[in-house]
Design a protein around this ligand. Structure first.
Ligand code: C5P
Length: 229
C-alpha cells in the first residue's frame, strides 16, 4: 500500500497541452499527452491529498479517481483556473505544456485560401509565464513544482539549462525530462532529474510515469519537512 503522507494537503496539478485558436476550426497545439500530469494526480490522491487537476488537452484519459477535474483549452483559461485554485493550495505542480505563444488575433471566420496561391502570415504574441506568476503570488509555505522538457543528451547542457530555468522561474523543484525521438511525449515511460532550488539533483531512472510521480511527491514531502511546514 502507498503511504498516506499527503493526507491533509490540497494540491493543484496542471496537465496536458493548451490549444491556441487561429480561427474557429484551427489551433496551435503541442504533443503533450497529459499522462504525466494525470499520473501525478492519481498518485497524490492515492497518498491522501485533496487533488484538483486542471486538464488542458490530452489523449483519451479517464479522470483520475478521487481528483476534482477542471477542463480548459487555452493558456489563458489554464492560467485563470490554476491561479484561482492555487490561492488555497499547499502544493502546485505545473505539468501542463503551456503554449509560449498564441496567435495575435483569432479570426472570426475560417481563414480562406486566396486565389493567388499565397499563404497568410500568422503573427504570434507571447503568453505570460504562469509558473513564474504563481511563484510571485504564492502564499507562505506553498511548494511550487515546474517541469522542463529539454532536448539534448543527458549530462552537461540539459542540466545546465534546467538549473538556469529553475532559478529564473523561482520554483522549489523542477522536473527535467529529456525529450526527443520517442522520449517523454506520447509514451508510457519517462526519465529525467529532479532539481531542487536547494541544489539537490536526483536522477529518475526510466520507468512508468507513476514512478516519476512518486519521486516528485517524495521530494515534496521532504521539502515540507525541511521547511518545517
Ligand atoms: O519555459 P518552459 O516552457 O520550458 O517552462 C516549462 C514550465 O513552465 C512548465 O512547468 C510549464 O507548465 C510552465 N509554463 C507556464 N507558462 C508558460 C509556459 C510554461 O507556466 N507560458
Amino acid at each position: 500500500a502507498l503511504p498516506r503522507d499527503l493526507e491533509g494537503l490540497r494540491v493543484v496539478i496542471s496537465a496536458g497541452g493548451t490549444r491556441e485558436p487561429l480561427d474557429p476550426v484551427r489551433y496551435l497545439g503541442n504533443r503533450s499527452s497529459g499522462k504525466q500530469g494525470y499520473a501525478l494526480a492519481r498518485v497524490a490522491a492515492q497518498r491522501g491529498a485533496e487533488v484538483t487537476l486542471v486538464a488542458a488537452h490530452t489523449v483519451d484519459l479517464p479522470d483520475p479517481a478521487g481528483a476534482a477535474v477542471v477542463h480548459v483549452s487555452t493558456a489563458d483559461q489554464l492560467s485563470e483556473v490554476v491561479r484561482a485554485e492555487s490561492a488555497t493550495a499547499d502544493v502546485v505542480v505545473m505539468a501542463a505544456a503551456v503554449a509560449d505563444f498564441r496567435p495575435a488575433s483569432r479570426a472570426e471566420h475560417k481563414i480562406k485560401k486566396s486565389d493567388d496561391g499565397g499563404a497568410p502570415t500568422v503573427e504570434l504574441v507571447r503568453n505570460p509565464d504562469i509558473l513564474a506568476g504563481l511563484v510571485q503570488a504564492r502564499p507562505p509555505g506553498q511548494v511550487v513544482v515546474g517541469f522542463a522538457a529539454e532536448t539534448g543528451d543527458a549530462g552537461g547542457d540539459v542540466l545546465h539549462h534546467a538549473r538556469a530555468k529553475l532559478k529564473r522561474k523561482g520554483a522549489d523543484l523542477l522536473v527535467v525530462n529529456a525529450v526527443g525521438e520517442g522520449k517523454a511525449f506520447e509514451v508510457e515511460d519517462n526519465s529525467g532529474w529532479l532539481l531542487g532550488a536547494d541544489g539537490t539533483e536526483v536522477p529518475i531512472p526510466l520507468g512508468a510515469k507513476a514512478q516519476l510521480a512518486a519521486a516528485v511527491w517524495d521530494a515534496v514531502v521532504g521539502l515540507r519537512k525541511t521547511q518545517g511546514v
